[in-house]
Design a protein around this ligand. Sequence first.
Ligand code: NAD
Length: 260
Amino acid sequence: MRLTDKVAFVTGAASGLGKAIAMRYAREGAAVAIADMDPDAATAAAKDIETAGGRAVGLACDVTDEGQVDAAVAATVARFGGVDVLVSNAGIQIIHPVEEFSFAEWKRMLAIHLDGAFLTTRACIRHMYASGRGGSVIYMGSVHSKEASLLKSPYVTAKHGLIGLAKTIAKEGAKHNVRANVICPGFVRTPLVDRQIPEQAAKLGISEDEVVKKVMLKDTVDGEFTTVDDVAEVALLFAAFPTNALTGQSLIVSHGWSMQ
Ligand code: NAD
């Protein structure tokens, strides 16, 4: 049990990577707030954790809304007595060539990925600093924090931006024993990716099988998808690491797609 007595606030935790991380943290002894804009799915994910013997609460929270983020973090602190780990994970994907993006789509992508990271960080580190317990801030980046792909201009821009935010929080947070790091996964079969396969096939004029083999997994060392469990393992490493030796870093977990 590597997270005994810790409290984690995980955004976008009703599905995919966030849900797997929340469940892994709970198995390691943490109390977990499942913060998601889908309140029913958040409640269901929290119930799954409680059924398995863990502690969790589902909270309705749109990470782009300052009031909702502050309220959800306050509710977590009131319920579990603090917050030690933030996983800023909520995200969506919208794909177009840059000349076809509407300004509204561009702003929505940056709002979810970057405003959401800022708002959740600010709310959580205020408690981490005040408590004197320190903490771990973890951003869900992507291989697209390091590399670019066709059709993904706002996603690549936002995911690169998270590395800058993590480095800054690493410097500012050090004297409070708050660390900040970025996880950079390759493609993982979650609803976000399952929706993208037919969309990419249509936009690139290739088959869905070709999207998987020639776009998503082409540069991996073994043609394999990364799994939610692979990513949860890295999220556990960053959450449980005990000192400032591991801060300001970005770790790629992608079957070797990117080796930067
Ligand atoms: P997913 O679609 O399975 O889950 C995303 C969750 O985020 C959903 O529960 C959704 O309700 C929630 N969400 C969306 N907008 C929100 C908002 N404004 N406020 C609160 N919650 C919101 O997707 P996933 O694949 O698990 O993606 C999670 C994160 O991982 C994203 O940041 C994504 O960019 C990143 N990522 C995914 C992959 C992949 O291949 N799946 C790879 C690298 C990075």
